[in-house]
Design a protein. Structure first.
Length: 564
């Protein structure tokens, strides 16, 4: 029987610790929390040692909003036991539970003391989830006392941790927190950007309670920038979800907000109905003082708007009285004490930082002095060495400069000589082409003259002349000068031949030959004589060549070929 009871005990411990690691107290259903609390209180007397600490911490956590004094009681017990057993993780949790307990009791100095201790422990154990929760709690603490810049600093650090972890749900919570802080600072546009990011992420998790809260926050921002239609849309969406989950406290708050929007829109009847509904729900709640005070304030504004000054004054007096009760002298003193403590802590940190900076500056000055002396010594050695090197290098440079100039002169002369030779050969080649053209023309004319002769009587003479015509025609076809011309072209124009063949591989040998002759600026007649073809054939070939080179009619063929 004992073994069975022990097994049940360990199962409950495991379940409760698992629940703690996966959910947040603000997302829980109150009835579920009460059931869990009853179960934990039932097994707590039977637990001992290290098994007891997580149970004590979980009970303390559930009591946050139910009974903060109980939170402090159980968290103190968890703290003592965790310190005794040297369990740093549970010690950090116990400290943050104490922070929450004192925060709910408006003991801000105590809350800050335990929150900072928890932060110190959780930074050392390097658990990002726990560290983020402590930072978030401290952020809300500073928010509650009106130190919004400090609150923003803690919540921004929390967001970075959530992004590092990659937990989208917690990132959404951080966006909402930062948005609320910016709203309190009056940065409504910036607040809206964070709140909308939060809302977009929350849609994935289907957490109706959190979604409704963010919708309400967005609605409040729109109301404060006087975009009343948008404010109304978001608040009504929040109200719809809140009705589904039956959260009367949030519902009363949303109804108050909606009544303000309708008052600004001059929908006085609707405003009054919403205020009455909110008041009815609020009176059925236990923790309702702040909601009643807010309802009285809006009701006063409503009566003032419709001209009922008597009721407006009556409601305003009720509002002032309720506000005085909530913000008691005790709380005012605690807030003042907390702010003094915070300012003292801030001043202490500033003094410490200034001392560190002063020490650092002194060390820097010493280091700079030693460094300067070393630099002077090194500088002298370097300068001496450089002078010697400069003298050696100058002598070497002057010698090399003389050699370089002589070499350049030699190269320039060689280049000039080659250019002269090339120019001479090009002229020679052109002259040869012209000579061939002229001679071919003479041969052609001679042949035509002989062909035009008519012979009627002297047969022998006719035979001789016919033989002469055949001889000249043969010489014209096997002309050695033409072959020499083509050979010279291949030698002198080898670079051009390589480039044109590489760029236009589809050109035939005859196309390339024609391109070279055109580049030499030979006329169509001269080209026809050199190649022993008709002038018409040359013109057709030139036209075909232009087409293959993709030339427009306006483009000059010779200039194009010279630029290849």
């Amino acid at each position: 029987m004992r073994k069975f009871n022990k097994l049940i005990f360990f199962i409950l411990v495991f379940v409760s610790s698992t629940i703690y690691s996966q959910i947040n107290i603000w997302d829980e259903n109150p009835s579920d929390s009460q059931k869990e609390l009853d179960s934990l209180l039932a097994i707590l007397p039977y637990s001992t040692g290290e098994d007891k600490i997580p149970l004590l911490n979980r009970v303390a956590e559930i009591y946050w909003s139910i009974n903060p004094n109980k939170t402090i009681e159980y968290a103190n017990e968890a703290l003592k036991l965790s310190q005794k057993l040297k369990d740093k993780s549970q010690e950090g949790l116990a400290l943050i539970n104490l922070c929450q307990g004192y925060l709910f009791n408006d003991s801000y100095n105590k809350a800050l003391e335990f929150g900072l201790k928890s932060l110190e422990i959780r930074k050392n154990i390097e658990n990002d989830y726990d560290l983020a929760f402590t930072l978030r709690t401290l952020g809300w603490l500073y928010f509650d006392i009106g130190y919004f810049d400090k609150a923003l600093e803690y919540h921004t650090e929390t967001l970075k941790l959530h992004e590092k972890i990659g937990d989208k749900q917690r990132i959404a919570y951080s966006y909402n927190s930062i948005g609320v802080i910016h709203e309190q600072k009056g940065n409504y546009k910036l607040a809206l950007s964070f709140l909308k990011k939060s809302l977009e992420l929350k849609k994935e998790f289907k957490n109706k309670n959190r979604t409704a809260v963010t919708l309400t926050n967005i609605g409040v921002c729109y109301r404060k920038i006087n975009e009343l239609d948008s404010a109304k849309t978001f608040l009504e969406s929040s109200l719809k979800i809140t009705n589904q989950i039956k959260n009367n406290h949030n519902k009363a708050n949303i109804l108050n907000e909606l009544s303000m929007v309708n008052l600004m829109l001059k929908n006085y009847d609707k405003c009054y109905l919403l205020l009455k509904e909110s008041r009815l729900i609020t009176e059925g709640l236990t923790d309702n003082k702040e909601l009643i005070v807010e309802n009285d304030r809006i009701m006063s504004d409503y009566f003032l708007a419709i001209g009922n000054y008597k009721e407006a004054l009556s409601k305003y007096k009720m509002y002032n009285l309720g506000k005085s009760e909530i913000f008691s002298n005790n709380k005012s003193e605690k807030l003042a004490e907390m702010r003094i403590l915070y300012e003292a802590e801030r001043r202490k940190s500033e003094i410490k930082l200034l001392e560190q900076q002063r020490n650092l500056e002194a060390q820097k000055k010493k280091s700079l002095l030693v460094g300067a002396i070393l630099l002077v010594v090194i500088g002298i050695l370097v300068i001496t060495s450089l002078r010697n090197n400069i003298k050696k290098k100058k002598a070497i440079y002057q010698q090399n400069d003389r050699l370089s100039k002589e070499k350049l002169k030699t190269q320039a002369l060689l280049q000039e000589n080659l250019e002269h030779k090339l120019e001479f050969r090009m002229k020679e080649l052109t002259n040869l082409a012209l000579f061939i053209s002229q001679r071919t023309s003479i041969y052609g004319d001679l042949t035509k003259s002989f062909k035009s002769l008519t012979f009627t009587s002297i047969n022998q003479t006719k035979k001789d002349i016919t033989k002469l015509i055949q001889e000249y025609a043969f010489k014209l076809n096997i002309n050695e000068d033409i072959q020499k011309f083509h050979t010279s072209v291949e030698t002198l124009q080898s670079d051009f031949l390589f480039r044109i063949k590489e760029k236009y591989p589809h050109l035939t040998d005859k196309d390339v030959q024609l391109a070279v002759q055109v580049k030499l600026k030979l006329s169509s007649k001269e080209i026809s004589n050199i190649n022993n073809i008709s002038l018409n054939s040359v013109e057709i070939s030139r036209h075909r060549l232009r087409k293959k080179l993709n030339l427009d009619k306006k483009e000059n063929l010779v200039s194009f070929l010279e630029n290849i």
